[in-house]
Ligand binder design. Structure first.
Ligand SMILES: Cc1ncc(COP(=O)(O)O)c(C=O)c1O
Length: 385
């Protein structure tokens, strides 16, 4: 039986939502920006939340069972095994990243990132953790697909100030998924140059047919200094509930878990813990359906662009529900999202915020119904006619 009817999703009921996606822009704007999905919650997750409300279970969060549920989920999903003692929890992925980097690096040191990349990486490294940034852009092939530039990464790792690498895997916004060989090469380079790796794997459960997610820590050696950060928040659309998890390599696990500030640990939401455990335990059928919809939507988006905006360059992502669109041929300037919003009344994420490589690009969220996706593209097309 279908988990939900994707074609029943409509803008009128979505506008009842009060989250940032639906409350940032005027009501006539169709939002396709921030990474929230338009699908109804998984029934199992909704039931866990309803049950908690029904028993007035809204006290301080307990982490009871959360690490164990992640251990089981990781084994089921990726045959990845680790000890529950190597897990620490945080309200969100960004605070887990900030904590990891602040423990694994020192003032005056620098962290490597791969732009175009999830834009909060810039302020988290510079302002929250207070470290330098070294940019190693993703390599762009002639066909518009992206991959990791291993020689450039090695050069950066060899720089004396570089002591950490913040990796987005799967990569936001390009949707690239690193192969096991790529991760093995990175792991080798990291240990050769004494670089710690923090792998943001928030999109790990959103790998689409044809690709496979390999957790970084499943490739790194036990002696490595590495952290994989995970959350049910993207795949089950729970970011407002505040619950992320991280797994540290055995060599650094005690150092990282013992230094977690109370302000981080107590920010975890109780409902987030309950929803996460329900998603990890019972959420696979719903996620399977979502993956099938996203797989269809990434192809539909290609067809719609070919029909309405043939000069947009788009490579269907291997993971995530985010499309990285090259709009440079339309001459909409550095930030095409601005014109699309002003004249098309459709909100995409602005390309330049992902790094200078994003000039002339925009990121489109296609986690919606095919009909709404069609309207998003049709509105975009009105701007270039
Ligand atoms: C790569 C990446 N990391 C982190 C986040 C934010 O996660 P959180 O809200 O758990 O900090 C997102 C959200 O879209 C993301 O795409």
């Amino acid at each position: 039986m279908a988990q939900f009817d994707v074609d029943a999703i409509n803008v009128e009921s979505l506008r009842q939502r009060t989250s940032v996606k639906w409350r940032t822009f005027d009501p006539d704007v169709l939002p396709a920006w921030v990474a929230e999905m338009d699908f109804p919650l998984a029934a199992e997750v909704a039931a866990a939340l309803h049950a908690a409300i029904d028993r007035s279970d809204t006290g301080y969060r307990s982490l009871d069972g959360l690490a164990e549920s992640l251990v089981r989920f990781a084994d089921d999903s990726w045959s990845w095994q680790f000890s529950r003692d190597d897990v620490f929890c945080a309200p969100d992925v960004l605070s887990a990243i900030a904590h990891s980097l602040s423990v694994l690096t020192r003032p005056g040191e620098a962290v490597v990132i791969n732009p175009p990349v999830y834009h909060p990486f810039f302020p988290v490294v510079r302002e929250v953790v207070g470290r330098g940034l070294v940019e190693v852009p993703m390599a762009r092939a002639d066909d518009g697909s992206y991959g990791w530039d291993l020689p450039a990464l090695e050069q950066a790792f060899a720089r004396p100030e570089v002591t950490a690498y913040l990796m987005s895997s799967p990569h936001n916004p390009t949707g690239s998924v690193p192969s096991r060989e790529t991760l093995e090469a990175i792991s080798l380079m990291a240990s050769t140059h004494g670089v710690s790796v923090v792998a943001d794997e928030i999109h790990a459960s959103l790998v689409l047919p044809g690709a496979v997610h390999v957790p970084y820590l499943s490739v790194a050696t036990p002696e490595a200094s590495a952290v994989s950060v995970l959350s049910a928040s993207k795949a089950w659309n729970l970011p407002g509930l505040k619950c992320a998890q991280a797994v540290a390599s055995p060599a650094i696990a005690t150092r990282i878990t013992a230094t977690l500030p109370m302000s981080v640990s107590f920010g975890i939401g109780h409902l987030g813990v309950l929803a996460t455990m329900a998603a990890y335990r019972d959420g696979a059928p719903w996620l399977g359906e979502v993956i099938a919809i996203l797989d269809g939507n990434r192809r539909l988006l290609g067809d719609l662009l070919a029909e309405h905006l043939p000069r947009v360059r788009y490579t269907a992502p291997a993971a995530t529900y985010l499309a990285w669109l090259d709009l440079r041929d339309y001459g909409l300037g550095d930030d095409p999202a601005e014109a699309l919003l002003a004249r098309g009344r459709v909100a995409l994420s602005d390309g330049p915020s992902f790094g200078t490589q994003g000039r002339g690009f925009a990121r489109l969220n296609f986690a919606t119904s095919p009909a709404i996706l069609r309207e998003i593209v049709e509105r975009m097309a009105t701007v270039v006619q």
